[in-house]
Design a protein around this ligand. Structure first.
Ligand code: FAD
Length: 313
């Protein structure tokens, strides 16, 4: 029986794939990827499915490698200070929940992940899309990734080779795509004040998110749909796409079972009983056309489409 991808995405949308294999370790992932590649089977990696819009037709020809958290406890290095002034980096399984890792790092007194508290999904997904919040991106703390590609198998690339930019990386585009990130090396630094300030920051961020975001137990969502815009002046802050969307009346817009979250014009939500991926695409097209007509600005989706459009970055 084929697996429905809507059961693996936070939008709760998406048709069938050929097969879905859940892995919890690098060795297990490599074994499966080698087998699929030897048989010429197309595959894609999946983390928490929290940044994905999978078509209603699904990907019936594709095998999906689902990276899930390891049952092993999270371990941090005993001496994270490193040498020569730069922090040591430590590898973590890419299927680790980013939020669980942020919680554990805060409790261990290691700084660098606290601002990513509450971002759903896996460390690997965050490393590919360069997830971030509050002016920080995961690339701030990524030292390297261990990735598997059909051409090179398992190998390590330093962050400098990953083409990191705002909510994007070279991992999303050929020649690295398709690849599976299996471990992410993070450089976390001991907090001078110990765990307390990190835990306080985490609590503050979780409260902000709870007030601002939809209740994912009730509705489908993938967070912000479009990327924010470049700063108006060099060194300035990014301009929120939500402000433009608000100005064109997005908060009252709906297509079928997909609509804009009333508290945040850049967040789309779906009614799990009625929405289709086609509804979300149509809503996104309607909104981006209205922004283009009114402001002459083309919005770029942050949510990744499946089937993928890797060359669009
Ligand atoms: C309520 C809510 C709030 C959110 N808030 C934020 C936020 O503040 N900031 C932010 O940046 N994002 C946010 N997001 C979006 C999302 O959580 C992040 O983009 C997250 O990092 C995606 O990780 P994932 O494991 O779910 O990736 P998936 O959705 O599973 O995958 C996304 C893409 O990455 C690829 N991919 C996933 N794992 C791997 C891997 N190991 N190797 C290679 N490719 C891989 C997939 O093939 C796919 O193309 C939010 C989403 C929700 C639902």
């Amino acid at each position: 029986m084929s697996t429905l991808l809507k059961d693996h995405t936070t939008f709760r949308l998406g048709g069938p794939c050929r097969e879905l294999r859940t892995v919890r370790s690098t060795d297990a992932a490599v074994r499966i990827l080698e087998r699929w590649t030897a048989t010429g089977r197309p595959w894609l990696p999946l983390g928490g499915g929290s940044n994905l819009l999978v078509d209603d037709e699904g990907l019936p020809g594709h095998s999906i490698l689902h990276l899930a958290p390891s049952p092993l406890p999270l371990a941090f290095p005993e001496h994270p200070d490193g040498e020569g002034g730069s922090p040591a980096s430590h590898p973590f399984w890419a299927g680790t929940s980013l939020d669980a890792l942020a919680a554990a790092a805060c409790a261990a007194g290691l700084a660098g992940l606290e601002d990513f508290s509450g971002i759903p999904g896996t460390l690997g997904g965050a490393a590919c899309g360069n997830a971030g919040a509050f002016g920080h991106s995961l690339s701030d703390v990524v030292a390297a990734v261990d990735l598997w590609t059909p051409a090179r198998g398992l190998h390590t690339l330093p962050a400098a080779a990953l083409g990191y930019a705002y909510r994007s990386s070279a991992l999303q585009r050929p020649p690295l795509f398709p690849c599976a990130v299996l471990r992410v090396h993070l450089a976390l630094v001991p907090s001078p004040g110990g765990p307390a300030p990190l835990l306080a920051r985490r609590a503050e961020i979780l409260a902000l998110r709870a007030a601002k975001h939809p209740d994912t137990a009730q509705v489908g969502t993938a967070g912000s749909y479009f990327k924010n815009l470049p700063p108006a002046e060099p060194g300035g802050r990014r301009q929120p796409a939500g402000a433009l969307l608000d100005a064109i009346g997005a908060k009252s817009m709906r297509v079928g079972g997909a609509y804009v979250f009333p508290k945040h014009a850049n967040i789309f939500v779906t009614d799990p009983a009625t929405a289709t991926a086609a509804d979300v695409h149509a809503l996104a097209d309607r909104l981006s056309s209205a922004v283009l007509d009114r402001f002459g600005i083309s919005l770029v989706p942050e949510v990744r489409p499946w089937p993928p459009a890797p060359t669009k970055g």
